[in-house]
Design a protein around this ligand. Structure first.
Ligand SMILES: [Ca+2]
Ligand SMILES: [Ca+2]
Length: 341
């Protein structure tokens, strides 16, 4: 018995020791991973906090405001070559073809109205984009169901392109090639006028992307370096509320920028502009009267200003002066702020 027992103990010990070592090494491995994960989480949290602080550090100083002679201004765009601001005036209902809509020229220096009725005969003009191909500068304006092309030099409408199936065209943007994108808020559509098709005289607007994931697309911005289209969405017209969507210009895949209401804003979003480095977006919430600064990588945002008036629509940006220009649709004026780091 004894001898048999003494023979068995060492075997049992070997098994037990082996099991213990296995368990111990597993525990060490587990601890190692969890410590590592903890460090990664900490680093991520610190980075997020830093970016949050950075966006939180930006302050604004009011520079000027225009007289209240505008009529439901919806959008502002800066033309660098001409050093002028264009303002689209809906004048009336945003979906009514009443032929009283117009475009004004405003001084970026002091907000004086250079020419109130620069372009007339539009209906309810909204988003605008300036594109300069080296020989001429064009202003593109959405007008309910049409994209209107204006020659800036002569101040004349040179083309009207119908967007088939559109109901509420909103923002217009061009990429660095000269392709034009137009959002339709009601039909969840992005239209495209292809610059190559333009060369072959096929100037029509085509449905480029249609998806409920666009959530009432309103403001558009092209990030040329990352080849993506950033969409500030309004949500349902009768009950605004949506976030920022990112569309890959190559494969048209749609994803959300960050997490709505946590690391990126949720609201009746309207205009979107970017700083020169594509690090931050400036985004307006139209019904709430707010302007947000949003990290372009979706890691955080902050409320820059609450204007306590609904109708903060499609803002403009003067990059070399770091100035944002906000149309106040209900107040019939435009107000400019300098961003101070
Ligand atoms: Ca009108
Ligand atoms: Ca808009």
């Amino acid at each position: 018995m004894l001898s048999a027992n003494t023979r068995r103990y060492p075997l049992k010990s070997v098994v037990l020791v082996s099991l213990f070592l296995l368990a111990a090494s597993g525990l060490i491995l587990f601890l190692g991973i969890s410590i590592n994960m903890n460090n990664n989480n900490k680093a991520q949290a610190q980075e997020q906090q830093q970016q949050q602080q950075e966006v939180g550090q930006t302050k604004i100083n009011e520079l000027w405001e225009t007289p209240a002679d505008l009529k439901n201004p919806e959008s502002v765009v800066y033309a660098p070559k001409q050093d002028v601001l264009f303002v689209s005036n809906i004048d009336g209902k945003p979906d009514q073809k009443d032929q009283n809509g117009f475009i004004s020229k405003v001084s970026p220096v002091n907000g004086s109205i250079v020419e109130l009725n620069w372009i007339t005969g539009l209906n309810a003009p909204k988003g605008m984009a300036v594109y300069d191909n080296g020989s001429s500068s064009k202003l593109y304006v959405s007008d309910i169901t049409d994209l209107v092309e204006i020659d800036i030099e002569s101040g004349k409408i040179i083309n009207r392109f119908n967007a088939p199936g559109s109901a509420f065209l909103n923002d217009v943007v061009s990429d660095d090639q000269g392709n034009i994108y137009v959002s339709d808020t009601i039909t969840n559509t992005i239209y495209k006028q292809d610059v190559n098709a333009k060369d072959s005289n096929n100037t029509s607007l085509q449905v480029w992307l249609q998806s409920p994931q666009l959530e009432g697309p309103n403001g558009l911005h092209v990030d040329n370096t990352k080849n993506r289209l950033i969409v500030a969405s309004l949500g349902d017209m009768s009950k605004p509320g949506a976030g920022i969507e990112v569309v890959d210009l190559g494969n048209k895949k749609i994803s959300s920028l960050g997490e709505e209401n946590t690391t990126s804003p949720f609201g009746g979003l309207d205009g979107i502009e970017s700083d020169a480095k594509e690090i931050r977006y400036y985004v307006t919430d139209n019904p709430a009267g707010k302007i947000f600064i949003v990290n372009a990588n979706g890691t955080g945002y902050t409320n820059l200003v609450d204007l306590h008036t609904s109708g903060t629509a499609d803002l403009g940006f003067i990059p070399n002066q770091n100035v944002i220009v906000i149309p106040l649709m209900q107040d019939n004026k435009v107000v400019a702020y300098k961003l101070v780091e």
